[in-house]
Design a protein around this ligand. Structure first.
Ligand code: ADP
Ligand code: ZN
Length: 429
């Protein structure tokens, strides 16, 4: 089902006209209301009247996470507090949290964006949606909560954690849609299997997001739960979830382009890349009131896929995120994304889908160690087989990464499990 065909199947020219109109409004709006932008635009000698085409967006300054941090907590808000009805914040694991605000209209727009993506992923008003994202300042849970509600589904706001109870209630309540991070969904599947509950579970759709995962991980999740799994993308600074999401064709995440203008730039130079090339995603929200932003640098690496989709939507899609420019590892000069390692490991015979990556330095040499769980603990005593499996993983990693990684096979169920976003890389350099 297409939730809002009038926007999701718009012709290219109508969409671009709408985007241009909203971009012009946004520039005028931030110039008027946000001192940081007025000052930056004045310094660059650019005024709202200079935006005459969508390409003119390149004249505008970028915004980075530090701008929000420097103006902590509310310095970039464009409305008085009386108009703000919700505040969220990012986890802040890397410094001060970034604080974001919403007006009532922003909440409406946000819910609509998420409802579109839930529908694209196969959810309907008949569904019972279990939200196993952690509720709180994190935008994921409430974002999906309001989106599924807007679609008309029944929402079960169970939050994350307490996994055995999650599974029990999933069966008892007859949940048909699961909202979670892919890593938590994987852990939940493991627990459901262990509890012998899979037969009683009615899930048919998985709406996953908030972190990356590979096609291999998707296949694993679909197989274990017996669902159709799609993923969606967003970040709190832009709105939360709801920027883009896959339809059931699974060929890239449809962007809510009437609300978010996406560019791809070279992460080092900030210059636009050629059409269809990979680079850093830069997003300008086109219709936000409380926290409008110009050209926000996401650090997420992707590329844009244009042209209509088999599902009937005409919106531009963005490809699965390859990684974040700031979590790309440079190992002995070679660029390595954790997602490349995941692709090799997940689904390989003899090992489970959980893994950890540890990077260290020995003298001047970077060392990378990949820890993987065995499915069968007995193998730990079978030296020859263990050796052969270790070599096989090592060799496959080498083909993909072009570097030698140390592979360590560990007992089943010994690596860390995650209830929210997974943290699989430890860089000790
Ligand atoms: P924080 O993690 O700082 O609390 P957010 O919850 O806003 O902040 O996280 C946003 C980030 O999550 C994105 O920039 C991106 O790196 C990651 N993310 C969200 N959805 C996806 C997805 N579908 N694929 C890959 N990464 C994602
Ligand atoms: Zn589609």
């Amino acid at each position: 089902m297409i939730f809002q065909p009038e926007f999701e199947t718009m012709s290219r020219s109508a969409m671009e006209a709408l985007q241009l109109q909203r971009l012009q409004e946004t520039v005028a709006y931030v110039y008027e209301r946000v001192p940081l932008y007025r000052q930056r635009l004045d310094e660059m000698g650019i005024g709202p009247g200079d935006i005459r085409s969508l390409e003119d967006i390149r004249k505008l300054p970028f915004t980075v996470k530090d701008d929000l941090r420097d103006n902590y907590p509310y310095g970039m808000f464009a409305v008085p507090m009386k108009d703000v009805v919700r505040i969220h914040a990012s986890s802040g694991t890397t410094g001060r949290p970034t604080v974001v605000g919403y007006t009532q209209d922003d909440i409406e727009m946000w819910s609509t964006c998420v409802a579109r993506l839930c529908a694209a992923g196969g959810a309907t008003q008949e569904d019972i949606g279990q939200i196993s994202f952690g509720y709180g300042l994190f935008t994921g849970a409430l974002g999906l909560h309001f989106g599924l509600a807007k679609l008309g589904a029944a929402v079960v706001p169970i939050s994350s954690g307490n996994t055995e109870r999650q599974i029990q209630l999933m069966a008892d309540f007859g949940s048909t849609v699961l909202v979670a991070t892919p890593s938590y969904a994987l852990y939940m599947a493991e627990v459901a299997e262990k509890m012998g509950m899979m037969d009683r579970i009615k899930l048919r759709v998985g709406l996953f997001g908030a972190e990356g995962s590979t096609e291999e991980m998707r296949a694993e999740l679909e197989r274990r739960w017996g669902i159709v799994a799609t993923e969606n993308y967003g970040m709190s600074e832009l709105i939360g979830p709801g920027v883009s999401g896959e339809c059931t064709e699974k060929c890239g995440m449809h962007i809510n382009e009437d609300y978010f203008y996406c560019e791809i730039v070279n992460p080092d130079t900030g210059e636009p890349v050629e059409d269809g090339e990979w680079g850093e995603l830069v997003v300008t929200p086109l219709h936000k009131q409380a926290l409008p932003l110009l050209r926000y640098r996401t650090h997420d690496i992707t590329r844009l896929l244009k042209g209509p989709c088999k599902c009937g939507r005409t919106t531009t899609r963005m490809q699965k995120i390859a990684g974040r420019s700031d979590d790309m590892l440079i190992i002995r000069g070679v660029n390595v994304f954790p997602s490349q390692i995941e692709s090799v490991l997940v689904g390989m015979e003899g090992i489970g889908p959980h893994y950890e990556i540890v990077v260290t330095k020995k003298g001047f040499m970077d060392q990378i160690e990949v820890k993987v769980e065995l499915i069968d603990a007995a193998l730990l005593d079978a030296y020859k087989e263990l050796e052969a499996l270790t070599r096989k993983i090592h060799d496959r990693l080498k083909v993909v990464l072009q570097i030698d990684a140390k592979v360590t096979l560990v007992s089943p169920n010994t690596l860390k499990r995650f209830e929210g976003k997974a943290k699989r890389v430890t860089d000790l350099r």
